[in-house]
Ligand binder design. Structure first.
Ligand SMILES: Cc1cc2nc3c(=O)[nH]c(=O)nc-3n(C[C@H](O)[C@H](O)[C@H](O)COP(=O)(O)O)c2cc1C
Length: 233
């Protein structure tokens, strides 16, 4: 009887584990490139908000580089837990890192179309849902249809309480969006170095964007940044 009970428990727990594992698709991104042929000064002088893109796919290396520039870990720490992997490319008030990043991919040569969450701790993408979501994204952005010409978009959200629990109103009203600005500027600048254009979009319907991404309740959407190869002429 004891053996049967043990076998049943083992079978049940492995089924639960298998179910969880099989439902999660994780994509390990390639390591970022730390060298470039363009100077920071030239990048700064060329930065512009870009709303016209080449009709060509982005590579997974491009995506990896942009996400790393935005919020990649540059100094690993296992603890404290709020660092979620360590210090990152962008500064953050109290190192509390309130931002979450999503990738919406619809023209990529290796990733399947869908919505992914960026897990900066392990520089990976976790598939949230599959499918071409560019129409819904453009609708959520009050019909800024030009964004559909990009190859994908990075979407930012923030868990405000991570910062406001420590810094109160000042954290909520200032620090979270200051953090956002630092990170988003990195996407702009890294984009110039890669020949990839972006544009910070703050005008969108919060509820529609949250619903599209299936964002957890405690996240507030803050920016959509379409990404696509810059037109060469
Ligand atoms: C907070 C914020 C919100 C923005 N929202 C939008 C937007 O919804 N749509 C858009 O096309 N551009 C948007 N932009 C981009 C600005 O229009 C752009 O930065 C500005 O015209 C200056 O041009 P530049 O970035 O090329 O220097 C936004 C920029 C910021 C900083």
């Amino acid at each position: 009887m004891k053996i049967i009970t043990f076998l049943l428990i083992a079978l049940f727990s492995s089924a639960v584990l298998y179910g969880q594992d099989s439902g999660i698709e994780i994509i390990q991104l390639p390591s970022p490139d730390l060298k470039s042929n363009i100077s920071i000064e030239e990048v700064l002088s060329k930065r512009r908000s870009v709303r016209h893109y080449e009709d060509s796919p982005l590579s997974v290396e491009d995506i990896s580089q942009l996400l790393w520039a935005a919020y990649g870990v540059t100094k690993s720490y296992e603890s404290p837990a709020f660092l979620r992997g360590g210090l990152k490319t962008a500064p953050s008030a109290g190192a509390l890192y309130p931002l979450e990043l999503y990738l919406i991919a619809w023209n990529n040569d290796q990733l399947k179309n869908g919505i992914y969450k960026y897990i900066s701790e392990v520089h990976s993408l976790k598939l949230v849902m599959s499918g071409d979501k560019r129409d819904e994204l453009s609708t959520a952005a009050w019909d800024q249809t030009w964004l559909k010409d990009a190859a994908g978009a990075i979407v930012y959200s923030a868990v405000f309480s991570r910062t406001s629990d420590k810094y109160g109103t000042r954290g909520e009203e200032r620090y979270v969006c200051m953090d956002l600005g630092h990170s988003a500027q990195n996407v702009y600048l890294q984009g110039v170095a890669l020949g990839i254009g972006t544009c910070a979009i703050g005008a969108f319907n919060d509820n529609k964007l949250k619903e599209l991404i299936n964002m957890p309740e405690d996240e507030t959407p803050l920016y959509i940044m379409p990404i696509g190869k810059m037109k060469t002429k």
